[in-house]
Design a protein around this ligand. Structure first.
Ligand SMILES: Cc1cc2nc3c(=O)[nH]c(=O)nc-3n(C[C@H](O)[C@H](O)[C@H](O)COP(=O)(O)O)c2cc1C
Ligand SMILES: [Fe+2]
Ligand SMILES: [Fe+2]
Length: 409
């Protein structure tokens, strides 16, 4: 399917229009979708995001219409999910010297997924700039929009934001730009927001605050239309829809870990809450942690999950610095849950539970669950030996759903 290719000066759309009914995240996208990839043909040619894993070969052919892939200097991966990074192995095999630009977590995941251990990566941190010869890119970390490793890219000279999943819509559009759309795109845009972004709305608010400081003339997302008319209106829509309302409940997950097993549990808890429409923030408590920031997040949340693995019968990281603060805070309207990965005895989870009991938080334990729901087949606190197997994961989701039900009553 042919599209008008030019997006900005020396910048070409090299994506793929998928006009099937696309299965996606347990849904069917009736109107199909697009995977928008962009080639910035500067002195150091750069590709921003790729296409779905099913279309890697078509993607490389599209890129070849514009450039010899061997000349590509950088491949920016904003988001690791395979609908955007899926074209990377095919492109990287032709773009032999290209450096892959992504977040630290993104790099870890890409290496594992596509066996790219031998490739050169450029790890970006929030706010970093990259000179690509004639244009300057800036990167901002936007965790959980859509998954944890995600970032967005902004081209300073063109004033174009490349936010990947954010500001997308699922439409197999033949037109590139929103002002050329034959139909009103508002509904598709809103539906996409609700399905994909709304469960992460506290993070949407953080992102909006930061992009408000940029001068944005065009938003070039990775699904659906490029927005170049009424750009501010689309940003305002996200801002409005993600504002917390009084009835909305929010959760917080604070954890410490040695080897990320407890972090994996934290992310499963996040998914379980998402199923119940409850947004959650995830904070790792380590030596870089600002305790005041965590206290503020605790006061904002309606349910707080405190996690740690066990090391020599004790907690790890800086979670204890957080727990010590609890008895001086009014947590009487909140639910508190202890969790953690362990090897054989799992004392840390029990110690966390002791701290919760010393505060005035409502500790979610077996007794509270039985008294409020009558269920006796979920286990609190949440103790997971190393990593949960499939059965353990189901149990974990069930426990988290129960907390969700307690919250939304
Ligand atoms: C140095 C060390 C000490 C440990 N001590 C304990 C312990 O006392 N009790 C226990 O149940 N597990 C113990 N473990 C096992 C860890 O709790 C287990 O590997 C857990 O999955 C790690 O989770 P994490 O990756 O979130 O840190 C220990 C592990 C290490 C490396
Ligand atoms: Fe995604
Ligand atoms: Fe996507």
């Amino acid at each position: 399917m042919k599209k008008e290719m030019l997006v900005a000066e020396n910048t070409y759309w090299v994506g793929y229009v998928d006009d099937r009914k696309v299965p996606f995240h347990r849904l069917i996208l009736e109107k199909g979708t697009t995977y928008n990839s962009y080639l910035l043909k500067t002195e150091k040619p750069t590709v921003i995001d790729t296409v779905d894993i099913s279309f890697g070969r078509d993607f490389v052919e599209t890129v070849k219409n514009h450039i010899d892939p061997e000349d590509i200097k950088y491949i920016v991966i904003n988001h690791v999910e395979p609908d955007h990074s899926g074209g990377l192995p095919a492109l990287a095999s032709k773009a032999k010297d290209a450096i892959i630009v992504t977040t630290e977590l993104g790099a870890e995941e890409l290496k594992e997924m596509y066996k790219l251990h031998d490739r050169e990566f450029l790890i970006i941190k929030d706010g970093d700039r990259l000179d690509i010869g004639g244009k300057t890119l800036r990167f901002f970390e936007t965790p959980y929009l859509h998954t944890e490793e995600t970032m967005i890219t902004y081209c300073e000279e063109d004033k174009v934001l490349y936010p990947c999943d954010i500001f997308s819509s699922h439409v197999a559009t033949k037109e590139l730009f929103n002002d050329l759309a034959a139909e009103d795109i508002k509904e598709d845009f809103d539906v996409y927001y609700k399905l994909i972004m709304h469960p992460h709305r506290p993070y949407v608010q953080d992102m909006i605050t930061r992009i408000r400081k940029l001068d944005i003339e065009m938003i070039a997302p990775s699904h659906g239309y490029i927005l170049r008319e009424n750009v501010d209106k689309f940003i305002d829509t996200y801002d409005e829809m993600s504002k917390p309302s009084k009835e909305d409940k929010e959760a917080l997950i604070v954890y410490s870990t040695m080897t990320n097993n407890t972090k994996k549990i934290a992310n499963y808890i996040l998914e379980g809450l998402e199923d119940k429409g409850i947004p959650a923030k995830v904070i790792k408590a380590d030596k870089n942690t600002n305790i005041d920031e965590i206290k503020e997040a605790i006061l904002k949340a309606d349910a707080i999950f405190f996690g740690s693995s066990t090391r020599y019968a004790d907690m790890v990281g800086s979670i204890e610095d957080v727990l010590k603060e609890l008895k001086n805070m009014d947590l009487s309207s909140k639910l508190g849950v202890a969790f953690g990965s362990y090897g054989w005895s799992g004392e840390a989870v029990e110690v966390i539970n002791d701290y919760l009991n010393e505060s005035n938080i409502n500790v979610v334990d077996r007794s509270l669950i039985i008294k409020s729901t009558g269920m006796d087949d979920v286990q609190f606190p949440i103790r997971i030996k190393f990593n949960p197997d499939e059965q353990g994961k189901e149990m974990l989701y069930k426990s988290v759903h129960t907390v969700g039900d307690l919250l939304v009553g």
